[in-house]
Design a protein around this ligand. Structure first.
Ligand SMILES: [Zn+2]
Length: 866
């Protein structure tokens, strides 16, 4: 699953309920095969179903327990040894289980469970649910993590793999897609219906079952002989070509990389009008949010094309990591998500080297380190039992931290040895399940390197190390003392218990191969190849690096000798030294200002949230205009030098850099000249889409909001009415709405967010956007408190609510933290408990950072000469 585009990163608490295991099925019955038949009724939002589950009983028993939620059982029988018995069904809604009991014990060995049942097509985007577009209804599934039980009674745990025969009786005008290829399509048996039957699946987990019913059209291609299709509602068919090109390239790449041919026969990839996550890796039938899959191949912005490509690469990688080999239980979800995230850049680097996807990887690592800088972070592997707990571990720790640790180890052992280990692991556990230990033991065996020791230290303990580098440069030899300790990203943080990692530290060695060694003690002395020392070569390490302020200045003076990806991580490291109160903010601002002319967009992007944070929080009101003036003076001329909107044929890197600088100067720099010009360009763009390069359109529409006011707001809303068939364009206007900060417009956006005009999948993006901005934050929070019952009713507890709770971390005072804490004491959010802990810690940390750095900013601004 790809949740990154939807949820803000969540954080863990380290307590779990005493009743561990209470929600697991007994291990006495093993499913082998499901025959499933469904008849969805789109008009009444219900479905009928019947199933036969072939199982093996380990011992004789009169009862069988399986999972079911919001399912009504009809006739239920269990057959074994030639005798069929009617079963009595007792439901336990709390544990989402059903126990079937028959009069005479079922003997050990083979048995068949037959159940007829009915269920609801819900509006909460989970299980089997209803989606709407263009006046039509669709029935689609999202089973991960624990919602297959809402579609059919099942042994709904990842280790209980089985094969599936699926057939669907649907309306005459509709089509159906499932995991297997379509075998037959017959009229009837009921009037105005037809029945579509799909090929038997390979052995797989229940959370990977997919059914997609409605008015879909598909664009077809092939990759290495495998049929590949991109499917959408009919009005969006013209926007499927780019995804098809990317998907066919990636499938062929993975066939080659893994040395195991794509195992699921055909691959359909379907854009679904209402979808909670970003995308879902159902075996052979991947589902997507529309805006992450569909775009005009010629006109799409570079950001949209990168996003489509990277989420596709993630989901297709899952067909091996996750679908072919699956974690035994959800505590090892990082095996699925971390590895799919780690693989993402590989096919893309091969396909579009000019996109320099290692920069995206470095940005991902920075995001995960930001989570690990908190006390409320969690270890990669942690115990989870309930659906709420399971839902919350799909976070930046499972995805980006695991991927970062993988990149570090791959860099250390070398890509060929690492791939040997991966192939060996996938081959050994195909169509089966594995644990984290299985993975690192296999990798250690296949590579002969201490991968188990390194991985255990990063997987089993929480947080991340900061490597402090004390370098004595003398002539040709550089003596270095390294120390490691857990990093906490807040000033005056009392030191947590002593932790040690086995961390491969790699020194940059000019143009030569980096010099790497596993550092596993609190301190060591070593020598580095050159001065100034850069202790995270190629930014592959998953750790913070602390240099002395002088060390940072020396690196900044020689920034051109660092790779772009190293400049990105240097900016990240220095920012965290400021957040922790280890350095004054002036050290960071000198570094950032010195890199204003950097020709890599990702380097400007690395400042894109930190410089605004400094202006919004650290700068006291009296300092703010001087700080904004510094941004304008330092970055304005670079933007003017590039010119904007600039020539349409400019290369993508320049377009991206221009977009980053525009947001910085017009936003954090509050440059009214830039805002006014953006307004003029936006009004032209409303009538003529070709007037702006797509990559610039988003930032320009947002910057135009301030001068544009209510009149422009109305024109954006009118666009949204017309753009339902063009996801990229729709979200360009949609995402600009929170930039209108006039109080009356803020209220309109809040009301709009919970209106039927906004899909429930998008509500939290609008509210979160308003919570993120100083001008609308208080109004948005007051609205959330007042409309809480409406929000919970509209969104359910699993999607949307965690995003809103996460966005509350943008407050910055103890009073606000107390208010938030007391509200949620009255209105508990069990599916967002970590998000809440994380937001509260963010607020506390922010207040402490402001107290520590605000005086330092004054001193730095007064000193001038930057
Ligand atoms: Zn995923």
């Amino acid at each position: 699953m790809d949740m990154r585009k939807v949820l803000v990163f969540l954080v863990a608490i380290v307590a779990w309920p005493a009743a561990v295991g209470a929600q697991r099925l007994p291990d006495t019955v093993v499913p082998e095969h499901y025959s499933l038949w469904f008849a969805p009724d789109l008009q009444h939002a219900t479905f009928r179903g019947r199933e036969t589950i072939d199982v093996q009983l380990k011992s004789a028993s009169p009862t069988i327990t399986l999972n079911a939620a919001e399912i009504e059982f009809g006739e239920t029988t269990i057959s074994a040894g030639g005798a069929a018995q009617t079963a009595r069904v007792v439901l336990d809604p709390k544990s989402e289980m059903a126990t079937l009991t028959v009069p005479r014990p079922i003997p050990a060995g083979a048995a068949a469970i037959q159940i007829t049942f009915t269920g609801i097509l819900n509006d909460k985007l989970r299980g089997f649910y209803l989606s709407r577009a263009n006046g039509r209804a669709y029935a689609v599934t999202q089973m991960e993590a624990t919602d297959a039980r809402r579609a059919f009674p099942s042994f709904d745990e990842p280790a209980l793999k089985a094969t599936f025969d699926i057939s669907l009786m649907i309306d005459r005008a509709d089509t159906a897609i499932s995991n297997g290829a379509q075998l037959t399509d017959m009229p009837g048996p009921e009037p105005d219906k037809h029945t579509v039957t799909f090929a038997r699946t390979r052995k797989m987990s229940t959370y990977l079952v997919a059914m997609i019913v409605g008015d879909f059209v598909c664009r077809a291609g092939t990759s290495d002989g495998t049929p590949v299709r991109i499917c959408s509602t009919p009005d969006k068919e013209s926007q499927t070509a780019f995804a098809l090109e990317a998907a066919t390239q990636q499938l062929a790449f993975y066939n080659q990389y893994f040395g195991i041919k794509y195992p699921f026969g055909k691959l359909d990839i379907i854009a679904v009008p209402d979808f909670a996550a970003g995308a879902m890796e159902n075996a052979g039938a991947i589902t997507f949010r529309e805006r992450i899959l569909l775009a005009d191949a010629q006109r799409a912005s570079i950001g949209t094309r990168k996003n489509i490509t990277s989420v596709l690469a993630h989901e297709i990688a899952h067909q091996w990591f996750g679908d072919l080999v699956t974690m035994k239980w959800w505590d090892d979800i990082w095996l699925n998500e971390g590895f799919a995230t780690w693989m993402t850049s590989k096919p893309i680097v091969a396909w579009k080297p000019e996109w320099k996807f290692n920069l995206e990887d470095a940005g991902d690592t920075q995001g995960a380190l930001g989570l690990d800088a908190m006390r409320t972070t969690r270890p990669i592997r942690m115990n989870v039992e309930t659906p709420e707990e399971i839902n919350e571990v799909f976070d930046g720790i499972a995805y980006e931290k695991t991927a970062g640790v993988m990149r570090m180890i791959e860099g250390f052992v070398g890509p060929e040895a690492f791939r040997r280990g991966i192939r060996s692991y996938l081959t050994r556990y195909s169509y089966s399940n594995a644990t984290g230990d299985d993975f690192w033991n296999e990798m250690t065996r296949a590579t002969g390197q201490p991968i188990d020791r390194i991985m255990k230290s990063f997987v089993e303990q929480e947080g991340a190390p900061v490597i402090s580098v004390n370098a004595q440069c003398a002539g040709s030899s550089t003596e270095v003392t390294l120390t490691q300790e857990r990093f906490i990203g807040a000033p005056d943080a009392s030191s947590p218990a002593q932790q040690l990692w086995a961390v491969p530290v790699c020194f940059k060695n000019g143009a030569g191969r980096p010099i790497c060694d596993v550092f596993d003690r609190p301190q060591k002395k070593t020598s580095a190849p050159a001065c100034p020392v850069f202790a995270n070569a190629d930014s592959r390490g998953y750790y913070f690096t602390q240099y002395s302020p002088d060390g940072v200045r020396m690196l900044a003076a020689k920034a051109s000798s660092l790779a772009p990806v190293e400049r990105v991580s240097l900016l990240g490291d220095e920012w965290w030294m400021v957040r922790a109160g280890r350095h004054d903010i002036g050290v960071y601002l000198d570094l950032a200002g010195g890199l204003a002319n950097d020709d890599t967009a990702a380097v400007i992007d690395a400042m894109g949230t930190r410089l605004p944070y400094t202006g919004q929080y650290i700068a006291a009101p009296a300092q703010r205009s001087a700080y904004q003036a510094w941004i304008r003076e330092r970055f304005g001329p670079v933007l003017d030098g590039l010119g904007w909107p600039g020539p349409a044929h400019d290369n993508e890197e320049r377009q991206s850099r221009r977009a980053e600088l525009l947001a910085l100067v017009g936003g954090a720099g509050n440059d009214e000249r830039v805002q006014q010009k953006a307004y003029e360009l936006a009004t032209t763009y409303l009538g003529d889409r070709s007037s702006l390069p797509a990559t610039l359109a988003g930032p320009i529409l947002r910057l135009a909001a301030r001068p544009g006011g209510a009149a422009l707001y109305d024109r954006y809303l009118a666009q949204l009415e017309m753009l339902s068939g063009q996801p990229e364009e729709y979200y360009r206007f949609f995402n600009a709405l929170p930039s209108f900060t006039d109080p009356a417009l803020v209220q309109r956006t809040l009301t709009y967010a919970v209106s039927p005009s906004v899909r429930t999948q998008d509500t939290s993006a609008l509210i979160g956007g308003l919570l993120g901005s100083a001008a609308s934050r208080n109004a948005a929070w007051a609205f959330v408190k007042q409309e809480w019952p409406t929000l919970v009713r509209k969104l359910g507890t699993f999607q949307g609510i965690p995003g809103i709770v996460g966005s509350l971390g943008s407050f910055c005072s103890a009073e606000d933290a107390a208010d938030i804490r007391s509200f949620f004491a009255q209105n508990p959010v069990p599916a967002a408990s970590r998000a809440l802990q994380q937001s509260l810690e963010r607020i506390d940390n922010c207040a402490a950072v402001v107290a520590r750095q605000s005086p330092a900013l004054t001193t730095w601004l007064m000193a001038g000469s930057h």
